[in-house]
Ligand binder design. Sequence first.
Ligand code: ADP
Ligand code: MG
Length: 256
Amino acid sequence: MLLQIEKLTKSFGGLTAVNQVDANIEKGKITAVIGPNGAGKSTFFNLISGFHQPTSGHISFQGEDITTLPVEKVARLGIGRTFQTTHLFEQQTIMDNVLIGHRLRTKSGLFDAIFKTKREKREQKQCKEKAEEVLSFVGLLHAAYTSVSSITQEEKKRVAIALALATDPEIVLLDEPAAGVNPDETDGLVQLIRKMVSHGKTVCLIEHKMPMIMSLADHIIVLNHGEKIAEGTPEEIQLNKNVIEAYLGGDAHVSA
Ligand code: ADP
Ligand code: MG
């Protein structure tokens, strides 16, 4: 298992956003995390990626305990992520956004930046090459010098994925990669996610678009009120009574 999560719990004051969740994420697979709004999905990603410290429980990545590691260390070990809301510098170009994002994650500190050390220069060149590589991967190299303010929501989602890929993560956590993207444009994102997996990445994604999840996911984890209420293949999840009840609040079908 690439990621092993045991009894993971996060409380915010009186609210338990993630409650005793056990989960295993298998290398090279696509795992989806689904559940109603407020189920704790984003918090679950925030815990894995070190943005929040768990109240209790354990997370291990490639056999290493990462439960209490801060966000930069988790990123450096090979966990990349995107956010539910895509925060990009709208007035900057796509290239600049990737460079700035990558910069924040590389080693040179303020000292190197001010004194233009050799290390700084070498890293600048490496950053540029890396940015070109990831932009090419997500299909945006041709638009590298376009301002983010003039691109589509689907393209912004691709920029966010490029940013996540720039640190060469082993696993990428995508928080609603198709949110706000118009339905005709989600196919391209599905293909991009498949391409990531065919290039050796492990993907874990949160998504509300059911047809997308059902066609993409190898394994689905269902959260409701912070608890894991089911997991299994898409076929198993579609037939699971707890899921149908919790997720759709009645007798509707999950794939509806
Ligand atoms: P989901 O992504 O499944 O919609 P979230 O993980 O964002 O759900 O939120 C789960 C619950 O935790 C919600 O009730 C939300 O209001 C709460 N929550 C999330 N983040 C915080 C925070 N930083 N502080 C306080 N409450 C939070
Ligand atoms: Mg969320």
